[in-house]
Design a protein around this ligand. Structure first.
Ligand code: PEP
Ligand code: MG
Length: 590
């Protein structure tokens, strides 16, 4: 028997077997270790190297700053100054040498000490400087994490364990060397899971007891189908999981063979299957997976894990690469969705008691219109290279949509004046993620070219369930009657005025939710690239009329349990051999 079997939420399918290494443990995600005496100087050198590397990065960014963005220079300069300031470094070195703290821990303590000293001064200018110190320390911390990771991964691919893994942490890792993730915190639709799906590696999040039970170097099985972690499995368990891994890999290979076929039900209903991506590499892999374009670019990922704001030209290069790679299909750029669990820099982090209800997504863009216009100009310019659309996240009302469109108009005018080529007629849609947007979907539909339903947030805000909180994840139920009715209403309101409606939340990739969405019927499903062949396969073996009847049953059902039971029955009877491979977001009572 394994030393322990831990349970969590399967957020990315597949099975991985390998050695564990911890990226971070609790408390702000940093490791707290006492360094053996004979390694103290090596630890000090690790800190010095990280500080040097970060200073060099700031200097590089400074040198590359174009003339028109000179206003940003002061931010970089103050970061550089903090980085070169001996106080942070010397305090940290002292803690390493005198307290034998590992570099991350020592850095964290020094940062807190400096922040406290600044705060005591109670001068607004100085208080702002705390943010600079945090940015710099965060950056050094990420470098340190990277060096630890490199040391531990020297001998091949490993399974990354963490208390939590923010998008910024994840982007600072050499991801190609990681064969699976598991985190102690996190719910069914956290961004850690989304990242793992996009990387096509298994992941389990919200694993209670992970930190206490797992050690660096343990042999692990990560079962991303059932949401299990086996620590030090027995020979028999290993054999069984190797077999399951082969069966899953064979199934994946089989569905990929037919990935190019259209997603059309056996009775002739066609749905487009597109990809959710974060960067051009994923778009370039889409052809082999049968993706019919990109339904969602999470553009914030390009901003995360860097100290400076990207320049318009950098964004334009990145976006045009995606548009060209997707041709002849469309790329749908969602404008920045930062805030809440997607923080791109400490400088942007606000002291908000309730960030999920705070200055996130379109609210952030409307507050920071320079950042917003720069992104819009880059999207409009990239659209000239092929087919593109743009959409605004977290729209809560018609006037907010109008405001966003008026900034878009300004961006168009600026481009016209500059003479740069761009597509003035790019379709402009919105994400439906708030209950308010559902209730006024008829009004919003009249002013939108398309809708994309972000069920991750729609479920979070409709059911009042934090999407990243494992303690309430059992309530994050995509087939809750309220969610089913909300999605159906949005689909009807869109179709009434003849615009298309897609689903780009994780619900679109859930095999058990698929018949309900096909019954609506939604026009598009946008899923992690890796999920495309499987979803197309399921659509081809579905029957639209049966799905419509199942939906009618769901719309009349009073409880999530009765809907789950009905879909489970429907999916089991159509796909008896395949259900073993599906991981689902449906609740514990499923
Ligand atoms: C969603 O909310 O469903 C969505 C697709 O957006 P994100 O997961 O990036 O918040
Ligand atoms: Mg969302």
């Amino acid at each position: 028997m394994a030393r322990a079997v831990l349970h969590g939420f399967p957020v990315s399918a597949g099975i991985a077997i390998g050695k564990a290494f911890f990226l971070n443990r609790r408390h702000k995600g940093l490791r707290h270790d006492l360094v053996p005496l004979d390694q103290v100087e090596a630890e000090a050198a690790r800190l010095e190297a990280a500080v040097e590397a970060v200073a060099a990065e700031f200097e590089q960014a400074r040198a590359a700053m174009p003339a028109e963005l000179r206003g940003q220079l002061d931010i970089l300069d103050s970061h550089l100054l903090m980085c070169r300031d001996p106080k942070l470094k010397n305090e940290t070195l002292r803690r390493i040498r005198e307290g034998r703290m590992n570099a991350e821990w020592a850095l964290e303590e020094s940062l807190e000490q400096i922040a406290r000293a600044f705060a005591r001064l109670n001068v607004p200018y100085i208080r702002d400087r705390i943010e600079d110190v945090r940015v710099v320390a965060g950056r050094i911390g990420r470098h340190l994490a990277g060096t630890v990771e490199k040391q531990r991964l020297e001998n091949g691919r490993g399974i990354l364990l963490a208390y939590d893994l923010s998008p910024a942490d994840a982007l600072s890792l050499s991801l190609e060397r990681i064969s699976a993730f598991a985190t102690e915190v996190g719910g069914k639709t956290t961004h850690t899971g989304i990242l793992a799906r996009n990387l096509q590696i298994p992941a389990v999040v919200g694993v209670g007891g992970l930190e206490d039970e797992a050690k660096d170097g343990d042999l692990l099985v990560v079962d991303g189908l059932e949401g299990k972690i086996l620590l030090e499995p027995s020979e028999a368990e290993l054999e069984e999981y190797i077999l399951r891994q082969h069966r899953f890999d064979d199934y994946e290979r089989d569905t990929r063979k037919n990935a190019a076929l259209p997603a059309e039900t056996e009775d002739g209903r066609r749905v487009s299957v597109l990809a959710n991506v974060e960067g051009p590499e994923e778009v370039e892999s889409l052809r082999a997976l049968g993706g019919e374009g990109v339904g969602l670019v999470r553009t914030e990922f390009f901003y995360i894990a860097r100290a400076d704001m990207p320049r318009e030209d950098e964004l334009y290069e990145e976006y045009s690469r995606m548009v060209r790679a997707a041709a002849p299909h469309r790329v749908t750029f969602r404008t920045l969705d930062v805030g809440a669990d997607k923080i791109f820099s400490e400088r942007a982090r606000l002291d908000e008691p309730n960030p999920a209800l705070g200055l996130r997504a379109i609210r952030y863009s409307l507050r920071h219109q320079n950042v917003f216009r720069r992104q819009l100009r880059a999207i409009l310019r990239a659209a000239a290279h092929g087919k593109a659309a743009l959409m605004f996240p977290m729209i809560s009302g018609v006037s907010e949509l109008r405001q966003a469109k008026s900034v878009l108009n300004e961006a168009r005018q600026e481009l016209e004046a500059s003479g740069l080529p761009f597509d003035p007629d790019i379709p402009v849609g919105i994400m439906i993620e708030l209950p308010a947007a559902v209730l006024i979907a008829d009004s919003l539909a009249k002013e939108s070219d398309f809708f994309s339903i972000g069920t991750n947030d729609l479920i979070q805000y409709s059911l009042g369930v934090d999407r990243g909180n494992r303690h309430v994840s059992y309530l994050h139920q995509p087939l809750h009657p309220a969610v089913v009715r909300a999605v159906k209403y949005v689909v009807d309101m869109a179709h009434k005025v003849g615009i298309k409606v897609g689903v780009c939340g994780e619900m679109a990739a859930d095999p058990y939710c698929l018949p309900i969405l096909l019954g609506m019927p939604v026009d598009e499903l946008s899923v992690a690239p890796q999920a495309i062949p499987g979803i197309k396969h399921l659509v081809r073996h579905s029957n639209a009329e049966e799905c419509r009847e199942l939906l009618q049953q769901a719309l009349a059902a009073p409880t999530v349990q009765s809907i789950n039971k009905a879909v489970r029955h429907a999916v089991y009877s159509r796909f008896p051999d395949e259900t073993a491979f599906y991981s689902s977001q449906l609740g514990a009572d499923f």
